[in-house]
Each structure stands twice: as C-alpha cells, then as structure tokens.
Design a protein around this ligand. Structure first.
Ligand code: KIV
Length: 267
C-alpha cells in the first residue's frame, strides 16, 4: 500500500469490525523493528504489553515493570507503525489512584504515542475517571498476571459458575464505565463466547477460545523464541514458516479465517 493511502485504524474501526463479524488481530510488540513488520503484515492492533518484563527483561513476572519501561517501549513501537492501533499497558501499581492513573496514561499517550491504555481488573472507578478525561481504555479480565502473587499461579479463571458470573458482571461494569475493549485471558471458551455475545465492545481473547471478537498473542510465544515455556493456548507459527514475516502473516490469516485458536488451544 502507498504510504499516502494508509489510514490508521481508530477505535471506531475496531467497533465496526465487531459489528460486521470481522475478527480483530493483535500481537504484542516492544520495539520498532517488530512494530514495522507486524504493521506491514496488516495486523490490526499492537499491544505494548507489560509481558515485556518476562520476554524482554527476563523477569519471572510482569510485576517489576515500571511506567518508565512502558513509555520507552511504547515510544519505540509507535514510531514505526503506520496503520495498526497501539495499546499500552499501565504496569503494576501505576493506576491504584485516579490521579496517578491519569498521569501515567498521559505519559503513555503523550510521550509513548499510545492510542489506548490497558489496565487489569474490575477497576471501574479508574476506568470511568480516565474515560472522562478523554483516555480510551481497554479492560483486562480473567487471568490477571499483575496479581500473580495473590493468585498463586497462572490457572484458568472462571471455571466455577459463580466465578464466571463475576467475570461477566465485571466486564459489563467496565463497558458501562466507558471501556472501549476488553482483553479476556485464560477463561473457558464457553464463557468467552457468552461475553462476546453479550458485550457491545470487542472482546479480545488470549486462551479464551475461537468465539472472541479478536485474538492476541505474545509475539515471542508465537515465534517460539520465548525463554519460558510456550503456554498451551499459543501456537508456534514459525513451525511452517520460512521467515518471521510469514509466521506473522500466517497468524493474521488464521485468526481472520477462524482457524486459530483451535480446541487444543482452548479451555
Ligand atoms: O502484557 C501482555 O502481553 C498482555 C497480554 C497477555 C494480553 O497483557
């Protein structure tokens, strides 16, 4: 595509994709080179995830990641992208109070160039505060990696009916507070399907089955270059690809054509 004809995706485009049943593709990105490549392939969104704490910095969890780290990597990604929509994570403890959340969201957007910020948990108060200041917000429910020390492990969430009902109610509350998207991590596919049907906003799944409105994977997992074991819900797209670009293209196509995730990647 000619540089002049590239139209950056907006939050309205993402909502329209849900409306017409087109799957939304997303990969994590942390630097300019991968950002340019992912964008060139046509992946719809890039998430500058605090998973960078694990795949870039070599920590065991996302907890040590700071807002300075996030702003730095978000800036690297934003500089190189043309069309993809860029979401950046608010890291652990950077949104515990509304004013703090606003200051850090401003850093991610003004310095980092993000178009939306993501935060974990049913923080309806914070989402509402940010949205009222004009900050687009993505929620994150199900498995919450920033709460790993409270959860005690990376287990599937929402298996019990009461737990599933709470996740659905939390998502509805985030939507009513003004969230534009929600990431749903490691929940049963049936729950994710119900949530994607009931919510107006797009549901982006990771380990949440085929029926979500879109999918996200950690880049290093799908390229099989992570230092920790690839989770069951991911897939090694390098296995049948001759290049990284081909692997990213295969992922993008598989999601668009509903060929990923398969039952073996779901719970
Ligand atoms: O940080 C991250 O990469 C994420 C994804 C796992 C959704 O939040």
């Amino acid at each position: 595509m000619n540089e002049m004809t590239i139209k950056p995706l907006t939050v309205n485009d993402l909502a329209a994709m849900k409306q017409r049943g087109e799957k939304i593709t997303c990969l994590t990105a942390y630097d300019a080179s991968f950002s340019a490549l992912i964008d060139k392939v046509g992946v719809d969104m890039m998430l500058v995830g605090d998973s960078l704490g694990m795949v870039i910095q070599g920590h065991e969890t996302t907890v040590p990641v700071t807002i300075t780290d996030m702003v730095y990597h978000t800036r690297c990604v934003s500089h190189a992208k043309r069309r993809a929509f860029v979401i950046a994570d608010l890291p652990f403890m950077s949104y515990s109070m509304p004013e703090m959340a606003a200051t850090n969201a401003a850093l991610l957007m003004q310095v980092g160039g993000a178009q939306m910020v993501k935060l974990e948990g049913a923080r309806v108060d914070i989402v509402s505060f940010l949205v009222n200041q004009g900050v687009p917000v993505c929620g994150h429910l199900g498995l919450l990696p920033q709460s790993i020390y409270r959860l005690g492990g990376y287990a599937v969430q929402g298996k019990e009916p009461a737990e599933a009902a709470k996740i659905l109610a939390d998502a509805q509350a985030l939507q009513e507070a003004g969230a534009s998207l929600v990431v749903l991590e490691c929940v049963p596919a049936m729950l994710a399907r119900e949530m994607s049907t009931q919510l107006r906003i797009p549901v982006i799944g990771i380990g949440a089955g085929i029926d979500c409105d879109g999918q996200v994977l950690v880049l290093h997992d799908m390229l099989n270059i992570g230092i920790i074991k690839r989770p069951r819900f991911s897939r090694n797209f390098m296995k049948e690809a001759a290049s990284i670009e081909e692997a990213i293209h295969a992922y993008h196509q598989a999601v668009k054509q509903r060929q990923f995730p398969m039952p073996e990647h779901s719970f």
